[in-house]
Design a protein around this ligand. Structure first.
Ligand SMILES: [Zn+2]
Ligand SMILES: [Zn+2]
Ligand SMILES: [Zn+2]
Length: 131
C-alpha cells in the first residue's frame, strides 16, 4: 500500500506536508533560515524571524532576565506567558501573573469586598472562573 496523504515533500529533508506552499514555508524557515534578526552575541548563532523573538532570546538566554515569578512555588521565567503556562499546568491556573491578571484580581477583590462586606459568607463562585 502506498500512502498519498502527503502531496509534497521537502527535497532537503524528510519533511512532508499536504500542500506545496507549506513545504515552501518549511524550506524558507528551516533550510534557508529566513531569519534576519541575528543575535549580537559573538558566540551565539541564534537568529529569529521576528525582532520580538530575538529580544526575548537575548533577555532570557544572555541577560538571564527572569523576573516573572510563580507565586506558588518560586518558579521563574523571562516571560509572563511562560510563567502563566507553568501555573496552568502545575497549579490549575490559579493566581496567574502579569498586568491583566493583576487588574482582574484587584477588581475581583473589590467586588468581593463590596459584596461580602458583612460576614463570613463564602463568595459564590462565578462560572467565569474557568478559563
Ligand atoms: Zn526540509
Ligand atoms: Zn544569542
Ligand atoms: Zn509554580
Amino acid at each position: 500500500m502506498i500512502h498519498f496523504f502527503f502531496r509534497s515533500s521537502c527535497h532537503l529533508c524528510d519533511h512532508r506536508a499536504s500542500s506545496a506552499s507549506s513545504v515552501a514555508r518549511h524550506v524558507r524557515t528551516v533550510h534557508l533560515r529566513e531569519r534576519p534578526h541575528e543575535c549580537p552575541q559573538p558566540d551565539c548563532s541564534f537568529s529569529a524571524a521576528a525582532h520580538q523573538d530575538l529580544r526575548v532570546h537575548v533577555e532570557s538566554v544572555h541577560l538571564k532576565k527572569r523576573d516573572v515569578v510563580c507565586p506558588h512555588c518560586g518558579y521563574c521565567a523571562a516571560q509572563v506567558k511562560l510563567v502563566n503556562a507553568h501555573i496552568r499546568r502545575r497549579h490549575g491556573g490559579v493566581g496567574l501573573v502579569g498586568k491583566r491578571a493583576e487588574e482582574e484580581r484587584k477588581r475581583k477583590r473589590a467586588e468581593e469586598e463590596e459584596a461580602g462586606a458583612g460576614g463570613g459568607k463564602m463568595a459564590t463562585g462565578k462560572a467565569e472562573s474557568h478559563r
